[in-house]
Design a protein. Structure first.
Length: 118
């Protein structure tokens, strides 16, 4: 599976942004899609995850109430809606996928940069 993330950009604090992750190749409804983010010198942080079927969405506590994740099975695309953005949300955002029950994410997208100015 190949993943292509898009939608990043430069926004101001309080703005919204929607990231997209398009998957090509064979996927299964039970596969998990997730968003991570990382800044230089910092550990990669889990942001949100969801099954392709739309079940079991999970949102990290640091973004809960501001970010939502959704999947469009027909388009093989997962979205990360980011509202009320803060400067600390600035990072490179990556999407990744793994099979249900797998311990590691098998495929990663290249990442899209989100910069939030104060």
């Amino acid at each position: 599976v190949q993943l292509q993330a898009s939608g990043g950009g430069l926004v101001q604090a309080g703005d919204s942004l929607r990231l997209s992750c398009a998957a090509s190749g064979r996927t299964f409804s039970s596969d998990v899609m997730a968003w991570f983010r990382q800044n230089p010198g910092k550990e990669r942080e889990f942001v949100a995850g969801i099954m392709w079927s739309g079940y079991a969405p999970k949102i990290a506590a640091s973004v809960k109430g501001r970010f939502t994740i959704s999947s469009d099975r027909a388009r093989n695309t997962v979205y990360l809606q980011m509202n009320s953005l803060k400067p600390e949300d600035t990072a490179v955002y990556y999407c990744a996928t793994k099979g249900r029950g797998a311990t590691q994410y098998a495929s990663w997208g290249r990442g899209t940069l989100v910069t939030v100015s104060s």
